[in-house]
Design a protein around this ligand. Structure first.
Ligand SMILES: [Fe+2]
Length: 366
C-alpha cells in the first residue's frame, strides 16, 4: 500500500483500507473500492487529508495500527457519550467516569501489547468530530510517551484518563469562538483560557478521580518557559502529567485540520516541537516523544537530499527521522530498500520533505 494525499488521488485507484468519518458508523469508503471522482470530492468534503491505496510496488508493505480499530471506535463512542452528558447536564456523571476509566485501562493494555510503540498520527485521524478524536489521540500519545519514560502501569492508566478529559472544559466555550476562522479577540482568548479550570471545577467533585489526573488537566496549557496558562508555572513546577499532555496536545492539534488552518505533515510538526525544546516543552519529555512519534509514516513518498524519490517502508524505533525507504526508480524490475539508519552509502543522505507529484500516482497503477 501507499499513502496518497487527496490532492494526488486519481480515478481508478483502489483503496487499501476502510475510511471512516462517523463514530461507530459504517465506513465512508470501503477497502477494495475503486475510487471515482465523486469519492475524491467526498473525501475533500470530510476534510480527509489522504488515504492508503493498493500498489504492486509496495504490496508487501502493511500499515499495522498501534490501536485496534474496534477499540478505537468503542473508545470514541464512550468519549462522545460522556461529553454529550456533560453538555446536557453541566455535570460529569459517575457512570461516565467509570466508562472512561475502562477506556483508559483498555488503551494502556493495547499500547503495552505492541512490540514497538510508534505513533502513526494518520491512523488517529479521519473522524469528523475533532473534540472526541483529539481527546482520544492525546490520551494515546501521552501513554506512548509515558511508557517510554518508564511510568508504571497504574500511572499510565491515570495519564490516559487525564488525556481523555483534558479538554472537557472546552465544551463550555461557545462554538463560534472555538471554530472561529479568524484571529481571536482578547476577550475571546480569555474565555478559551478558562477551559482547564472549568473542567476541574466539575471533576474535583468526583472522588474516583485522583489529584494527579486533575493536575494534568489543569496544567496542560502551562509552558516550560512560564508563558502558559492558567498559572504561568514554569520548568519542573509544572506537574509531569501537564508536561506530557502539553506535547501530546500540541502535536495532535498541529497535525489536525482546524477551521483556522490546515493540518501539517507529522515531520513538520516534529520539527516545530524540536525547535521549542525548553521554550514550550520539557526536554526529557520531548526526548521520549521523539522516540515514539513517527515523523515519516509507512507508505509516504518522500524526497531524499540526493534528489531521489522513495517510499517509507519501515520505521526505525531508534530514530524515526531515518526510516527504511524503497527507492522509486523507473524501469527497474527489482525494488531497492535502503535503511537510512545503517546503510553506509546513505549516511549523508537525509529526507528533505514529501515527494508527491503527478508521477507518484503512477505507482498505484503498476
Ligand atoms: Fe486545552
Amino acid at each position: 500500500m501507499v499513502y496518497i494525499p487527496v490532492d494526488y488521488l486519481k480515478s481508478g485507484m483502489v483503496l487499501a483500507r476502510d475510511v471512516y468519518t462517523a463514530i461507530g458508523g459504517n465506513p465512508l469508503l470501503a477497502k477494495g473500492q475503486v475510487i471515482k471522482e465523486i469519492n475524491i470530492s467526498k473525501l475533500k468534503h470530510f476534510n480527509i487529508n489522504g488515504v492508503y491505496i493498493e500498489s504492486s510496488f509496495s504490496s508487501d508493505v502493511q500499515m499495522i495500527p498501534m490501536i485496534d480499530d474496534k477499540l478505537k471506535t468503542e473508545s470514541l463512542i464512550q468519549i462522545k457519550s460522556a461529553f454529550k452528558n456533560f453538555n446536557k447536564t453541566g455535570k460529569i456523571l459517575a457512570s461516565s467516569i467509570k466508562a472512561l476509566m475502562e477506556v483508559a485501562q483498555a488503551l494502556v493494555d493495547n499500547i503495552l501489547m505492541n512490540d514497538e510503540i510508534l505513533i502513526n498520527i494518520i491512523d488517529l485521524k479521519g473522524y469528523d468530530d475533532y473534540t472526541y478524536q483529539h481527546s482520544l489521540s492525546v490520551a494515546i500519545i501521552a501513554v506512548s510517551i509515558g511508557t517510554k519514560m518508564g511510568l508504571s502501569k497504574s500511572l499510565l492508566i491515570q495519564l490516559a484518563l487525564s488525556g481523555l478529559l483534558h479538554d472537557l472544559g472546552k465544551l463550555s466555550v461557545p462554538k463560534v469562538i472555538l471554530n472561529k476562522p479568524d484571529r481571536l479577540t482578547d476577550k475571546e482568548y480569555q474565555i478559551i483560557k478558562q477551559h482547564p479550570e472549568t473542567a476541574i471545577k466539575q471533576l474535583e467533585r468526583n472522588k474516583m478521580i485522583s489529584p494527579i489526573v486533575i493536575q494534568g488537566i489543569l496544567t496542560h496549557h502551562e509552558r516550560y518557559d512560564g508563558n502558559g496558562y492558567p498559572k504561568n508555572l514554569s520548568g519542573n513546577n509544572i506537574p509531569l502529567f501537564g508536561r506530557i499532555l502539553a506535547i501530546a496536545d500540541v502535536f495532535d492539534a498541529l497535525t489536525s485540520n482546524r477551521p483556522y488552518r490546515k493540518a501539517v505533515f507529522a515531520n513538520e510538526a516534529v520539527e516545530y516541537m524540536m525547535g521549542n525544546a525548553l521554550i514550550l516543552f520539557d526536554y526529557e519529555v520531548l526526548h521520549a516523544f521523539l522516540k515514539v512519534v513517527v515523523a515519516y509514516q509507512v507508505g509516504m513518498i518522500v524526497t531524499l537530499s540526493n534528489g531521489e524519490k522513495a517510499m517509507v517502508v519501515k520505521n526505525n524505533e531508534e530514530n524515526t527521522l531515518r526510516p527504511v525507504v524503497r527507492l522509486i526508480r523507473k524501469n527497474e524490475l527489482e525494488s531497492t530498500d535502503i535503511d537510512l539508519l545503517n546503510n553506509q552509502d546513505y549516511l549523508n543522505v537525509t529526507i528533505v520533505g514529501m515527494g508527491y507529484d503527478d508521477d507518484s500516482a503512477e505507482l498505484c497503477f503498476t
